[in-house]
Design a protein around this ligand. Structure first.
Ligand SMILES: CC(C)(COP(=O)(O)OP(=O)(O)OC[C@H]1O[C@@H](n2cnc3c(N)ncnc32)[C@H](O)[C@@H]1OP(=O)(O)O)[C@@H](O)C(=O)NCCC(=O)NCCS
Length: 137
């Protein structure tokens, strides 16, 4: 597995990793814009895309991982952790933030394993499923 910047030609492969890209025009636009802005990374095994992450630096002027998705058939093999470590190394600020729903126990377990610390919550985004924020210092 290797990690590299995403390329516009990756979009079709990313739709296999993340079916929401095809189902939700907003997700497609977010990923496409991040690729153009050089804010998207992919994990690949040869030509097969395994997962991707979007990193920007607009979270109160800090780095923020906005999305992390691993192909459903390739989970629990370290791909998500590798993408988060890559985002940490590419982050231009001392603190790297991310967030996930309170219901997303796999992502919380991954963040715990990587040493992220919970640092707040917003309960007005998804009703009944607060958004938990994490930071890596
Ligand atoms: C969350 C997600 C990115 C994890 O990716 P992954 O490649 O499976 O994660 P890793 O293999 O690096 O897992 C690292 C550790 O996290 C924890 N973990 C990951 N998935 C888990 C699960 N389903 N249940 C319990 N712990 C889990 C484990 O501690 C794991 O280590 P282990 O496999 O040695 O026990 C993946 O499940 C995913 O794409 N989910 C859908 C999208 C999403 O929710 N993204 C996050 C919010 S944007």
């Amino acid at each position: 597995m290797h990690i590299r910047n995403a390329d516009p030609a990756d979009l079709a492969g990313l739709a296999e990793v993340d079916p929401i890209i095809e189902a939700d025009p907003q997700r497609l636009a977010d990923v496409a814009h991040a690729i153009v802005d050089r804010q998207a990374f992919v994990a690949a095994d040869g030509s097969q895309l395994l997962g991707y992450a979007l990193l920007h630096h607009r979270f109160f002027n800090n780095g923020f991982v906005e999305l992390l998705v691993v192909h459903p058939a390739r989970r629990r093999a370290g791909v998500g952790s590798a993408l988060m470590r890559h985002a940490r190394s590419e982050c231009r600020t001392a603190k790297l933030f991310t967030s996930t729903n309170a219901s997303n126990t796999p992502m919380q377990a991954l963040l715990d394993r990587l040493g992220f610390r919970r640092c707040g919550a917003i309960d007005a985004l998804d009703v009944g499923d607060p958004e938990w924020f994490y930071v890596s210092l």
